[in-house]
Design a protein around this ligand. Sequence first.
Ligand SMILES: Nc1ncnc2c1ncn2[C@@H]1O[C@H](COP(=O)(O)OP(=O)(O)OP(=O)(O)O)[C@@H](O)[C@H]1O
Ligand code: SF4
Ligand SMILES: [Mg+2]
Length: 323
Amino acid sequence: MKKLLEIHDLYINFKTLWGVAKVLNGVSFDIKEGEIFGLVGETGCGKSVTALSILRLLPPNAEISGKILFKGKNLLEKSEEDMRKIRGKEISIIFQDPMTSLNPLFKVRDQMLDIIELHEGLSREEAEKHAEKLLKAVGLSDPERILNSYPHELSGGMRQRIMIAMALSSNPFLLIADEPTTALDVTIQKQILELILDLRNRYNFSVLLITHDLGVVAEVCDRVGVMYAGNIVEIAPTEELFENPLHPYTQGLLSVVPDPRTKKPLKPLKGSVPSLLNPPSGCRFHPRCIYAKDICKRAKPELHEHSPGHFVACHLYGGGNCD
Ligand SMILES: Nc1ncnc2c1ncn2[C@@H]1O[C@H](COP(=O)(O)OP(=O)(O)OP(=O)(O)O)[C@@H](O)[C@H]1O
Ligand code: SF4
Ligand SMILES: [Mg+2]
């Protein structure tokens, strides 16, 4: 499969009053055409910053280096004007809480039609037809009623479906979904994930699905990247990751997911996420790692292909920088 997005060695620092936060520490991964790629990791590990960097929506205190190739072109070299044409058209994003993205003062009709007219250059009447089609495509069977509603008159699940419809209105190549189901209850979560999967199967766009929930990953992702404190520590096809996790952090994450077959008690990961103002040297996971050895404190392990398609950044498996 052809690569749609390639991130190479992305470093992001934030200048803050307390010093420089070294938030992304050389992140690399790619997303293929039509693929659902999951990015998983604990809070604060840099998932949203990675997403925002793709759209070049980081605040001015961010320093960025590396490459973000989208259809072969480096987004970090594009002008702001070019980025405006890409955002929402070729790359769309949806967030956790649709209430923050929908304006409570306007009916769904006004908000949807504004977006559709902006991107498609359609008349109001054509845009309305397109909106109805999109609402049906996301499983909302009474588009007329939805278009006439204010956001607060709809359920959280319906609002997220509307956000998905708006994100897909321009037929984007890439949909970034940042914790799209976290604010929803479990049954609705499952429905929204199934919807994303179904739409991808129908329209073949790629998805960057950001989550801290391994259950979500297992449900819909083709491949997964595991993030820890600003690094991608492991990338593998979903089944392979669950069956054969290599990185000690991934193994730790998987051991806290309860196994319904054995009902093993939860084993929380020891220690806490490090401060990115003064991150640990070498492997950033070393203070929490039960396998840490001397080299782990000195040298950052690089991501390398351990077996076909399965990448890991850990000195237990080689990984460069070994002296
Ligand atoms: N504008 C900013 N200025 C300084 N630091 C920031 C800024 N934005 C994010 N950070 C820091 O970058 C780190 C990564 O944040 P990010 O929001 O990407 O985490 P995340 O993985 O999405 O977490 P969550 O699961 O809670 O959404 C955090 O330590 C955060 O405090
Ligand atoms: S590089 Fe060392 S500290 Fe880091 S995960 Fe591997 S063994 Fe643990
Ligand atoms: Mg986030």
